[in-house]
Design a binder for this molecule. Structure first.
Ligand SMILES: NC(=O)C1=CN([C@@H]2O[C@H](COP(=O)(O)OP(=O)(O)OC[C@H]3O[C@@H](n4cnc5c(N)ncnc54)[C@H](OP(=O)(O)O)[C@@H]3O)[C@@H](O)[C@H]2O)C=CC1
Ligand SMILES: O=C(O)CCC(=O)C(=O)O
Length: 522
């Protein structure tokens, strides 16, 4: 049963500052329980506990850390239907989606457990001393260590996989960092259930209590205080550009600034090359709308921009996409605020003198139901008004009619950073594709051929990131095993006596972890 309490270092804590969850499908408060909002003192307690947990947690045998991650996955699965029902009620997302997301969340935790055991993430390097060299060469040994306590902001649009026990939390815990989560107000009951699962897993595997805390907030002060707290050493965030940028400013203004990994905003261009457009434009139109409308368009990877060379083939694509989109029912969006932002985004696009409204989906019949929309604009006008390129979070996209390939490539080269770019490309398009690839590599984190950007595989070779403003740091990914790197930093030990060295740096201690020894990979 939900209690509506905070989780501070393994203890539940009440508060007189309360808020209600909302059912976006009815627009009404969910009355069964109200939730505690944290005070700044609660945030400080969670951070102090995380700092106290850092030394014991980060120095545990890796096997124990891996077992903790696996226990979280098992505890989340054990929540059963109650978790699915609560998440559906709080988000308006259907059970199949939430069930799939629960599987992904557990899978991510197990992936990071395997990564912890693997040990290669420590990236050991050893350069042996050469006292005979002039000047003498010192003995140098390097490994990656965890940064310290990490703040994670749960995302509204993935109440499980990008929230309390989502990818940021899993990768930070895998790196050896205690985590303080700022829960999203859109799914407080879901957050409480998952926080309970993590707390039980921490207790059953003998973790220090401060390894995990969850604070919710009725005011922005909670998130602000968390990022400003001197004990927090890195931040993971998925949400709006305004929110991410506000937190970046706080992180940078600290007496000791810290890295912030904020995933913010993208329009994820889809580029349909001429031969692909001629051969399969109609089929592409329908498939594009299926990707666009998935999850009420509430994905950071949503295809918000389609670029192609103008002509009858593009008309056929737009006709097919328009037909598919007109048949789209309005879908319940995650929160009233997100629905309002969607309506405003579409209105701003529609008000642009350069934009043509192609068609709309069915009108909503209840609160917070987003009506799909498709627009078009000439390539030469796309950059005339920044509003054409703003992320409109929901089922909305803009088709760009380019005069020719040169204009298309030049336009793509001027886009802001993106999470993804998608190429629809047939064999005869390969020369044009080869011209585009270097431009896309500069702009995006993942380039997809003949697929769609929604649906992110959780694996070892995934990059879910990209240049600003897709993320605040293009050198990293928030999905896949490489996400652990965000919460690590290198330390070199020079001429350190063997007894003082971390065991993994002693000679012969690197079996199976791929160390670089005297320049050669072992
Ligand atoms: N590209 C993407 O991946 C996503 C983009 N979005 C975009 O964000 C919009 C709003 O969605 P939402 O999920 O609520 O995202 P927000 O960025 O508004 O909020 C995300 C989290 O950050 C906190 N936060 C936001 N701004 C600040 C601030 N200035 N100071 C401290 N904390 C802050 C929020 O706390 P609090 O609740 O207290 O404000 C919340 O916990 C959507 O309409 C969409 O445009 C949303 C999700 C994913
Ligand atoms: O589909 C995914 O895994 C990524 C989605 C994401 O990061 C987002 O929509 O915010």
């Amino acid at each position: 049963m939900l209690k509506g309490e905070l989780f501070i270092a393994g203890e539940r804590r009440a508060s007189s500052d309360r808020f209600q969850g909302q059912d976006p499908a009815t627009g009404a408060a969910i009355e069964d329980v109200s939730f505690a909002g944290a005070s700044e003192a609660d945030v400080a307690d969670a951070c102090a506990a995380a700092e106290a947990a850092f030394a014991p947690y980060s120095t545990l045998p890796l096997e124990q850390r891996a077992q903790f991650l696996e226990a979280i996955a098992t505890e989340i699965e054990a929540l059963g239907d109650a978790l699915v029902e609560r998440a559906c009620r709080e988000t308006g997302l259907p059970p199949a989606r939430i069930t799939g997301e629960r599987g992904r969340t557990a899978g991510q935790l197990r992936l990071f457990a395997a990564e912890v055991r693997d040990g290669r993430w420590q990236r050991v390097r050893i350069d042996h001393a050469d006292p005979a060299r002039i000047p003498p060469k010192p003995d140098l040994r390097l490994r990656m260590i965890p940064l310290g306590p990490v703040a994670v902001f749960g995302a509204s649009n993935f109440p499980l996989a990008f929230s309390v026990a989502g990818g940021d939390t899993a990768s930070a815990l895998a790196a050896g960092c205690p985590v303080v989560v700022k829960g999203h107000r859109a799914h407080p009951g879901t957050a409480e259930l998952v926080a309970g699962a993590i707390t039980r897993a921490a207790a059953s595997t003998g973790m220090p209590a401060g390894v995990f805390s969850l604070v919710n907030g009725t005011s922005r002060r909670v998130g602000e205080a968390l990022v400003a707290d001197p004990r927090i050493q890195a931040v993971g965030f998925t949400g709006s550009r305004a929110g991410g940028e506000a937190l970046m400013r706080i992180a940078a203004a600290r007496p000791r600034p810290i890295p912030i990994y904020a995933e913010m905003s993208a329009v994820n261009p889809v580029i349909i090359l001429p031969h692909a457009l001629a051969a399969r434009g109609t089929a592409l139109g329908a498939a594009f709308v299926a990707s666009l409308a998935m999850g009420a368009g509430q994905f950071c990877t949503n295809p918000g921009l389609v670029l192609a060379v103008d002509g009858p083939d593009l008309d056929a694509f737009i006709d097919a996409a328009g037909t598919a989109l007109t048949g789209q029912p309005a879908q319940t969006m995650l929160t009233q605020g997100i629905w309002e932002a969607f309506e405003q985004g579409k209105a701003k696009l529609g008000a642009s003198a350069h934009v043509t409204a192609v068609t709309q989906g069915a009108e909503g019949t209840g609160p917070n139901q987003g009506r799909a929309a498709l627009f078009s604009v000439k390539g030469s006008d796309l950059l005339a008004d920044p509003v054409h390129l703003h992320e409109v979070f929901g089922v909305s996209s803009v088709v760009v009619r380019c005069a020719d390939m040169d204009e298309l490539i030049a336009t793509v080269g001027q886009l802001e950073g993106q999470l993804t770019a998608t190429l629809q490309v047939d064999a005869a398009d390969h020369p044009a594709g080869a011209r585009l690839l270097p431009v896309l590599e500069r702009t995006v984190g993942r380039i997809i051929a003949n697929g769609w950007p929604t649906g992110v595989e959780v694996g070892h070779a995934m990059v879910h990131g990209g240049p600003y403003p897709a993320t605040s740091d293009s050198r990293s990914t928030s999905v896949g095993s490489m996400a652990i790197d965000r919460f690590l930093r290198p330390v070199s030990y020079q001429d350190m006596p063997a007894e003082l060295l971390p065991p993994v740096l002693n000679d012969g201690a690197q079996d199976n972890i791929g160390a670089r020894i005297d320049g050669r990979w072992a």
